[in-house]
Design a protein around this ligand. Structure first.
Ligand code: H2P
Length: 805
């Protein structure tokens, strides 16, 4: 890309604006100012984009395709500017034009095409693939609305559609000429031709057009621009198609409308299955089409293509690739199977049974008859082959098809060459418990790839103050080699640097406090401890434990008016799945408590509760740099990795945590004196499970602090609660507290008391913040991606045709 100075930028911007809108930029809305800038930026990278794609193809380079139901890219303007190396020039240029970059950037919609860590991980990986110069592309769904927009009404979560495309999307390019057809329903017949080869014929299928929209994934100042391809469902056109009825049109549109439509009923489930096949099939078809252009024998497919399935949602890529290779390209089952397994790899992101996808065979058969045949045959062969080796019991436990259902994780493991967990502890749990039977069969398929986060978005963009501090102390090498952040350790005793860490944090806290004041009408003191829990709302993540601590603290302050403890602001950001009743009750509870506490002047502002509405990437960018305390309090063994833990640490928050997920690795790097660990370990949880002796009611009866706090849920102390208080109380006392909150209660409270004490000593606290920042380098997604590339996708070591001879 050609470099641009400030004055060139200003000229180009004015011209671009004029071209697009035919009036002056000064009179424009933020959104229009953004659109013009977006188009300008796109012009700047478009030649690199084309060149990157061409080079991959000319060199017949092996490419990876990351299939994911979710991507959570966040706003892309600043990330593109940073990666193009023109963030400063544009900021300055806009300022000279009388515009503020942050204001203009806020004119971009933040697409909610993901739900939580899973989708954000996919986007961090996209950034890291391009930034490390690796040939890697995304494949997913272009949801018209994505995940719902969250509103709180009377403290309840209300879901609204988020029309993020209403003003168009500057970054995407519609590629109609690359559309493919995806078939649903109907019947299939297999008939032999004269030579005895089987031919598959489809009857009465519903054909849907999958149209790709491509978005550039710009690498960090390296000229690499990869592709994120998102598919949109459309009615096929052409003379052979009759004019569709309204019902047909709606049925098609529906496929790419919402992320995670309510699946608590048959229709919703069917729609979700459609979505999964839709983007898996479209992705595989486009990958195969690309491979065919290389003019190589089919056996080279795994040498040129890696398909990664992010969680089980894209698992149908396995039977789909088999289908194409056999039915359309005439390969034998054995050939197709070898190629498929070598091409596909899978990441498991959770051990929660409820999250393990299963589909009814009947539904699958109705929607995808040929795919179902293939899955049944994969299963039949698996059982036939493994039973003599491992016996009936073990083999049957690994079956893909059982009790009228298809188990997607089992299919993903059997049909791929690699399965990885997302943190060391998680991978160990997979190997030793959840997927142990598979581990006995395929020990070499299992490996760990601890998650990572892109430091570009989560440090450079969201925390410019800290970025400057790092640049001025340790130089700029850390921006391409995050391990260099460790050099900051040398400043652990430097009082000036420690004071600057404090000042940067305070600035970030003021920025967030301003948002809270303007948007929520709550005043918070930037000198208070900002205590942050931001993640999907789920019982295992134990936001409720955080709530119990708040109530305990509330009681303590009430009992001891004028007590001298640091002020705390409890900050929550979380969405609950629309049909997850209990999670929504917890949202209501937090909001009710916020209302009660924030309006109680007798508390002297010693506690405040801020539950931000519609938490997403943009809010995370505001909250994370402002955090003092990072809450990672899941029941040990349940959180596969976590990634907010890494972002918060890199921004100098101290972690209060159970030994779970990647927090265990954070503990290893940062050392026990710089983190607050509490609660049961995974082993202790396992033992308690095995003993079957847990009795939460006994804790309730015997522990006065617990009793007092829990009683608040049911005795009317918290205004505005309806059934929520009783239901939540019951979950903890009557139904034996599935996630052991009461068991971990005391140690959690004690850890928080320690935080109160430690926060007082500013210098020591800042030193520990510094050590957290300094230890965060290994969690850069660049390293994670390099490990995927080397060990799973083998992007560097591809086999060329000569190697075969
Ligand atoms: C999940 C796991 C996290 C993990 C993330 C990415 C599904 O994300 O629960 O532990 O870090 O995938 O691997 P989340 O809960 O945030 O939706």
């Amino acid at each position: 890309m050609q470099k641009m100075d400030v004055s060139q930028f200003k000229d180009r911007y004015k011209k671009k604006f004029q071209e697009r809108f035919a009036f002056n930029y000064e009179n424009a809305t933020k959104q229009e100012q953004f659109v013009a800038l977006g188009h300008l930026v796109k012009d700047l990278y478009s030649s690199d984009w084309k060149e990157t794609v061409d080079t991959y193809q000319e060199n017949k380079q092996k490419q990876v395709y990351y299939f994911s139901m979710e991507f959570l890219p966040g706003r892309m303007l600043k990330s593109n500017l940073l990666n193009l190396g023109i963030l400063d020039v544009v900021q300055e240029g806009l300022a000279e034009l009388g515009l503020d970059l942050d204001e203009v950037a806020s004119g971009e919609m933040d697409p909610a095409l993901g739900n939580g860590g899973l989708g954000r991980l996919a986007s961090c990986f996209m950034d890291s693939l391009a930034s490390t110069g690796l040939p890697g592309n995304g494949n997913g769904i272009r949801y018209r609305y994505g995940l719902f927009k969250q509103k709180f009404i009377d403290g309840h979560q209300i879901e609204l559609p988020e029309n993020w495309l209403r003003n168009g999307n500057v970054w995407e390019v519609r590629r109609e000429n690359k559309a493919v057809t995806v078939r649903f329903g109907g019947q299939v017949s297999l008939e032999p031709d004269n030579e005895g080869n089987m031919h598959v014929t489809y009857h009465n299928t519903q054909n849907i057009l999958a149209v790709p929209y491509d978005t550039a994934m710009v690498g960090y100042q390296n000229g690499t621009v990869n592709n994120l391809r998102l598919w949109s469902a459309e009615i096929p056109y052409g003379e052979e198609y009759l004019f569709p009825t309204e019902e047909e049109r709606n049925g098609v549109k529906q496929i790419t409308e919402y992320l995670y439509p309510d699946d608590s009923n048959y229709e919703g489930l069917l729609l979700r299955l459609k979505q999964e096949y839709f983007f898996s099939s479209a992705g595989v078809q486009s990958v195969v089409r690309y491979f065919k252009q290389l003019n190589l024998d089919w056996s080279y497919l795994p040498d040129k293509i890696a398909i990664h399935i992010n969680d089980t949602h894209p698992t149908l890529a396995i039977p789909e690739l088999m289908r194409i290779l056999m039915d359309e390209e005439g390969l034998s089952w054995e050939q197709a199977w070898e190629i498929t397994k070598k091409t596909i790899s899978y990441t498991n992101h959770t051990i929660l049974q409820e999250a393990m996808e299963r589909w009814s065979i009947d539904m699958m058969n109705l929607l995808l008859p040929r795919i179902t045949q293939i899955i049944m045959e994969i299963n039949r062969r698996h059982i036939e082959k493994k039973t003599p080796l491992y016996g009936e019991d073990l083999t049957n436990r690994t079956a893909i098809v059982a009790n009228g259902e298809i188990k997607m994780a089992n299919l993903a493991i059997i049909g791929s060459h690699s399965i990885n967990g997302v943190a060391k502890l998680h991978t160990n749990i997979l190997i030793n418990h959840t997927l142990h039977d598979f581990y006995l069969m395929y020990p070499n398929k299992f490996n760990n790839k601890t998650n990572g986060v892109t430091m570009r978005r989560w440090l450079q963009i969201s925390n410019p103050g800290l970025t400057d501090l790092l640049d001025e102390t340790i130089g700029t090498e850390w921006k391409t080699n995050a391990n260099d952040i460790i050099l900051l350790k040398a400043y652990a005793e430097d009082k000036e640097v420690l004071a600057r860490i404090d000042a940067v944090k305070l600035e970030n806290k003021k920025r967030f406090a301003k948002y809270v004041s303007e948007e929520m009408d709550i005043e918070i003191d930037p000198n208070a401890i900002f205590d942050v829990q931001i993640k999907r709302l789920h019982a295992y993540k134990r936001q409720l434990l955080n709530v119990l601590h708040i109530l305990d603290r509330y009681q303590y302050i009430k009992d001891n008016p004028g007590v001298d403890i640091p002020k705390r602001v409890f900050i929550f950001g979380a969405k609950a799945a629309p049909s997850y009743h209990y999670a929504k009750q917890i949202i209501k509870l937090i909001n009710a408590i916020a209302e009660m506490i924030n309006n109680d002047s007798s508390l002297n502002d010693l506690i405040k509760v801020v539950f931000v509405e519609n938490y997403g990437v943009s809010l995370a960018e505001l909250i994370i740099p402002a955090a003092d305390v990072s809450e990672q309090i899941s029941l040990a063994g349940k959180e596969a990795s976590g990634t907010s833990n890494m972002k918060l640490m890199a921004n100098g928050a101290l972690t209060i945590a159970t030994m779970d997920g990647a927090t265990v690795e954070i503990y290893d790097y940062v050392g026990e004196e710089n983190i607050y660990i509490f609660g049961m370990s995974n082993e202790e949880v396992q033992k308690l499970n095995a003993a079957n002796s847990y009795n939460s009611r006994e804790i309730y009866e015997k522990n006065p602090a617990v009793k007092r706090v829990l009683n608040m849920l049911i005795d009317g102390s918290i205004p505005g609660l309806e059934d929520e208080g009783q239901d939540i109380f019951d979950s903890l006392v009557k139904y034996n507290d599935e996630y052991y909150l009461l068991k971990d209660f005391d140690s959690y409270i004690n850890a928080h008391k320690q935080i109160d004490k430690d926060f007082r000593n500013r210098e020591t606290w800042n030193r520990r913040a510094l050590l957290n920042i300094a230890s965060s380098g290994p969690f850069s997604a660049d390293y994670t991606i390099e490990r995927y590339a080397d060990e799973i996708w083998k992007l560097g070591a591809q086999r060329e045709p000569e190697d075969l001879i």
